[in-house]
Design a protein around this ligand. Sequence first.
Ligand SMILES: CC(C)(COP(=O)(O)OP(=O)(O)OC[C@H]1O[C@@H](n2cnc3c(N)ncnc32)[C@H](O)[C@@H]1OP(=O)(O)O)[C@@H](O)C(=O)NCCC(=O)NCCS
Length: 156
Amino acid sequence: MSDYEFAAIEPPEVGPLRRALLHPELPLDAMMSLGDTHHAARHIGAFKDGVLVAIGTIHPQPMPAGTPLGAWRMRDVAVEHGHRGKGLGALLVERLLEHASDNQGTVAWATVRQTAAGFFERCGFQKIDAPFVDPQEGSQYLMHTPIKPLQKSWEL
Ligand SMILES: CC(C)(COP(=O)(O)OP(=O)(O)OC[C@H]1O[C@@H](n2cnc3c(N)ncnc32)[C@H](O)[C@@H]1OP(=O)(O)O)[C@@H](O)C(=O)NCCC(=O)NCCS
């Protein structure tokens, strides 16, 4: 894992990997959503030899049917194929949660593909209710996790 460097990145930088790993059926200019440019949003990338190989985003957004206060939405966590299974995804999630914690976040939520639900459970998220079908994304779980005050020893 020491081969990888983590850094805060700008919204346009996440587009190509989002498209390649999550939405190859959509054009690049469909990759951005409103929350991406929220002033408190954080996009984190993991780089190997200067190449972006993993991404994740978190921004404030009320949770559906949940508290409007302190809720952050985690989105589009994705790791390039050759770099999966090494703990990168979990480290991204941890760092995104730390950013929300630093900004008075109390709960993080995500809509999660069924294939990734086990990963988010390993990262401390819990499913809320049965899966629902999103017309674009297919079968999804709404998942959430409390955000704990964290102590960190690094800065991006
Ligand atoms: C899901 C994804 C981000 C996981 O990234 P990763 O770097 O391979 O995950 P990690 O190596 O950090 O795995 C952390 C833990 O989750 C487990 N895990 C990883 N992917 C999993 C999956 N799909 N289902 C169940 N468990 C999974 C790992 O075994 C590991 O468990 P451990 O702590 O017991 O060893 C990656 O597979 C991916 O990019 N998938 C395609 C994009 C996607 O679907 N993103 C989610 C959108 S909702």
